[in-house]
Design a protein around this ligand. Sequence first.
Ligand code: PBG
Length: 329
Amino acid sequence: MYPLRRNRRLRTNDAVRHLVRETILTPSDFLVPLFVVEGKGIKEEITSMPDYYRLSLDNLEKEVKELWSMGLCAVLLFAKVPDALKDNKGVEALNPDGLMQRAIKTVKNACPEMVVMTDVAMDPYSSYGHDGIVEDGIVLNDETVELLADMSVSHAQAGADFVAPSDMMDGRILSIREALEEVELFHTGIMSYSAKYASAFYGPFRDALDSAPVDLKNVPKDKKTYQMDSANRFEAITETQADIDEGADIVMVKPGLCYLDIVREIRNEVDVPVAVYQVSGEYAMLKAAAEKGWLDHDAVMMEQLIAFKRAGANIIASYFAKDAVKLMG
Ligand code: PBG
């Protein structure tokens, strides 16, 4: 007999498809990364990230108001630090009047309810372009962790709701949590980049912040001694569990598309919110293919974003957030 079950019945038309759809994106799924620069009236396009910009603080204010009006309620701040302020210790990272600290205040003044997350890492401040202090060709762990803890306190004191360490040093979550408790910032959360892979997809981001590792003797050429090997899966669970044990409120997998298996695995394994970061190279790939007319920008964008949520991500950091929300209508 011909099969009684015809799966196509549930695909008959838009209304039926909508009725049975398992995954639906909403604006509150998104975390919007924003790049800030010194100056006034600046909105510079990032060459390898078409339609994405570095903003001076006055434009940051306008941008967050627009995001909020669209229902986008969380931002992740990155500061582009002038070369003259970079060193091998991250001194500028602790400046209470530094660009990041002023950016946090700008967002909070413009939009008090916006969830403000901040990138905690040394690379934008490092003259060597590393996420830690470099000594004799080694990226030092424990010395770097001390800086990250101080940096987190500085961001929290400026008003950050969550600090987001993106460095992958060992033990940093515990040190950050303890440092925050010490100054009674009990309510500042930690979103940990827990399973962050040493990926070639970060190129455009390093252009945006001018933060790539420099080509100098005794400076590691890549970040493979701290970021994870893309071949590893069990390690992602170990890393994530360790961060949760140390006090992470939210954990993250990064990059996104190539690591959807990891997103699903982590989602099944842990009971804290899981974020995914669709990184700059993923953004650039689609923009480039769409520019050539080889892919349908909006359709591919939505398909990818749905995939993150279907894989189990509760929070999606994406440069496409605004475009996606506009399409959601
Ligand atoms: C560095 C950092 C990177 C990203 C976020 N924080 C790059 C790196 O690790 O070199 C990448 C984000 C992106 O590519 O969109 N701490």
